[in-house]
Design a protein. Structure first.
Length: 122
């Protein structure tokens, strides 16, 4: 078995203006995903808007402050932001791709799903 991180990306402004029907379609896709994936889901979550995010970074050279520099907002400037995730434990990449293909986000023009293998340190 192998672990994969399924990252759900999309246009945050578009997510905020989705109709109830679009939201219901995406929610139904997640219910179906849970039905198909079952116990292979190790973790999942939907993220709050990027306006609630905080980023920690090394302080710039010459900055005498203690600890990391802390700023509001996401790490990257991007049209698409990370909106949610699943961690799944499945036999192989094909199985992970098959599960990810069932998420409604892959059928919308403002979102997508990235499938990323996790390093096995075991």
């Amino acid at each position: 078995m192998a672990k994969y991180l399924l990252l759900i990306y999309g246009d945050e402004q578009r997510w905020e203006t989705m109709t109830d029907a679009e939201r219901a379609e995406i929610d139904e896709g997640h219910r179906q995903f849970w039905g198909r994936a079952g116990s292979s889901i190790l973790a999942s979550g939907e993220l709050e808007p990027t306006s609630t995010a905080t980023t920690l970074r090394a302080r710039p050279l010459g900055d005498d402050g203690d600890g990391p520099s802390i700023t509001d907002g996401p790490f990257l400037e991007s049209k698409e932001v990370l909106g949610g995730f699943y961690v799944v434990d499945v036999p192989d990449l094909d199985a992970a791709l098959d599960l990810a293909a069932g998420l409604a986000e892959v059928t919308h023009d403002h979102s997508g799903v990235q499938v990323h293998p996790l390093v096995d340190h075991g």
